[in-house]
Ligand binder design. Structure first.
Ligand code: ADP
Length: 334
């Protein structure tokens, strides 16, 4: 339940529909992906064909679901939304595929988490718009071929490298989504503020953007918490000061680190003089599970250049010392 988690929480799900850009023009940032996708979709429309299958890779909260909906809107096609973990049997996938309309967009989130048999069925469906439905069991089982209408698969994954090559190769277009620059997040915040009817000063938006970890979902969530604070403690206007104070209250610091991130850095710096220290030892010092430190806290700390994973253990970088307001101990020989 971290305020800076990239995965959606219940409130995100409830409000995100209202905040989603509806077409490519409204979609902020990701210039290259947007330009390429625009060409792919325009060309398909001009040919009167369904668009090629699209693979979107990137961290949670960067806009993959939003883009899939935009693809449907631009193609004036209906969209079906499912996910890899929801498709555990090939039969689950066959049921979805056989009910698609011509030209429909099928969005499969976390496509790397589909079961193997479903994945193999998907290969054939993507390539030949056909599936073999197996009826019966054992020696008497027969494969009944089923023709499918042409459709566009939009797959989303956190990393394209997680996909087996045969699946990856069947996408006509692969887009890698990057983390957003602060200026882009400021635009996301201004746009969302308009939709939520919150008045935000440019410096207020900049303050929130700097703490949003390059992720629009987090920017929108922090904006909502800052809005609450501005309503209760101020007159509703989000200034730089209101944003900064509100996010201090929620323990999200100037760089987007929360309490967990800071306690990992604190332990590493204060107890182990910046490391190297083994993951298990660090986790015990923080009072968290190994996995929590490794999978929840570390990826962002590594991305921010505050912590390095070395063969000898975890090491704090000089930036970590200065971010936490501490002076590194002098090295031997200095
Ligand atoms: P993902 O599927 O990658 O986890 P989503 O598409 O659900 O991410 O995006 C999360 C939220 O962030 C959406 O509600 C949307 O409002 C916002 N968002 C994402 N990308 C953009 C963008 N480029 N411009 C504006 N808002 C965005």
């Amino acid at each position: 339940d971290r305020l800076v988690a990239a995965a959606p929480d219940g409130e995100d799900r409830a409000v995100e529909a209202a905040l989603r850009p509806r077409d490519l023009g409204e979609f902020i940032g990701q210039e290259r992906v947007r330009g390429q996708l625009d060409l792919v979709l325009k060309a398909a429309r001009a040919r009167g064909a369904t668009a090629d299958h699209v693979l979107l890779s990137g961290a949670p909260g960067l806009g993959k679901t939003t883009l899939s909906m935009i693809i449907a809107a631009e193609m004036e096609a209906p969209i079906r939304i499912s996910s890899g973990p929801a498709i555990q049997h090939a039969g689950d996938l066959a049921a979805i595929l056989s009910s698609l309309q011509e030209g429909e967009i099928l969005f499969l989130d976390e496509i790397h988490r589909m079961s193997r048999p479903a994945e193999e069925m998907l290969y054939m469906a993507m390539e030949d718009f056909r599936v073999d439905v197996i009826v019966g069991k054992g020696p008497g089982a027969t494969a009944i071929p089923l023709e499918l209408p042409p459709f566009t698969l939009v797959g989303a994954t956190t990393r394209a490298g997680l996909l087996p090559p045969p699946l990856r190769d069947r996408f006509g277009f692969t887009a890698h989504m990057e983390f957003y620059a602060p200026a882009e997040l400021e635009r996301v915040i201004h746009r969302s503020a308009g939709l939520l009817d919150v008045e935000v000063r440019p410096e207020g938006a900049a303050e929130i953007a700097g703490r949003s970890r390059g992720t629009p979902r987090i920017a929108n969530r922090l904006l909502r918490r800052v809005r609450d604070y501005a309503q209760v403690k101020g007159d509703g206007l989000v200034t730089r000061e209101i944003a900064a104070t509100a996010l201090e209250v929620y323990e999200v610091d100037g760089r987007g680190l929360d309490r967990l991130d800071r306690s990992v850095l604190n332990a590493l710096l204060r107890l182990f003089a910046g490391g190297p220290v083994g993951l298990s030892t660090l986790a015990v010092a923080v009072g968290e599970e190994r996995e929590t430190v490794e999978e929840v806290a570390e990826p962002f700390l590594v991305r921010e250049g505050l912590l390095a994973r070395t063969p000898r253990g975890r090491v704090a970088t000089p930036a970590a010392w200065s971010h936490m307001g501490l002076t590194p101990p002098r090295q031997r020989g200095e």
